[in-house]
Write a protein that binds this ligand. Sequence first.
Ligand SMILES: [Zn+2]
Length: 232
Amino acid sequence: MATETRQESAGCTENGNSRDLMDTPSRKRRVGEVTDSISTPEKKTCSSNGRVDLNKKRSDYLEWDEYFMAVAFLSAQRSKDPSSQVGACIVNSEKKIVGIGYNGMPNGCSDDKLPWSRTAENRLDTKYPYVCHAELNAILNKNSADVKGCTMYVALFPCNECAKLVIQSGIREIIFVSDKYHHTPEMTASRTLLDLAGVKYTQFVPKRQQITIAFDAINPTVTNPLASIASP
Ligand SMILES: [Zn+2]
């Protein structure tokens, strides 16, 4: 099996460009092995008095894998699916995002008129015949000529239908977080197809459980006018 997990050291420069574009990411372990790699984020660069040293670059910036996976997870927040929100983010060899998507009903098909249920007596009353998976939308949303040779970051291991799309579109690697449907026929078929096509799939083990997006981080007065009065 090609499944591996990965944690990658960041290599961005001040202007956000990568200096390790062609680096081979380190592979820490295969799925199923015990790991103690979930830990707290790196400490900020601090001076002796405990304050952030503004003369040194930050050390707690997002690593590439964290960044792209976080984009996938943020995209998932757009999903209207009440039971499963999945996002996907496609990245090319230059570490540039070329496609983003999340699960939802097809364009022009009202998501108020179609069912969102997972179970029903009649399968036509469930979401499954209608919903577009995040992987499909990310591929079709591409802003480049194609996605050949790209890597897809996705929250859930892709189903067999999405594996077909990944293979046919030329994506060469999948980075996923959860494989919770591992034992279903769809995921077994997916692995069979990906293995035959030589598409690598790697589990991403996050070092931190949460990344906070604070709109007032750049300026506390933006969302809290009283902050400017409270702080000197
Ligand atoms: Zn799928």
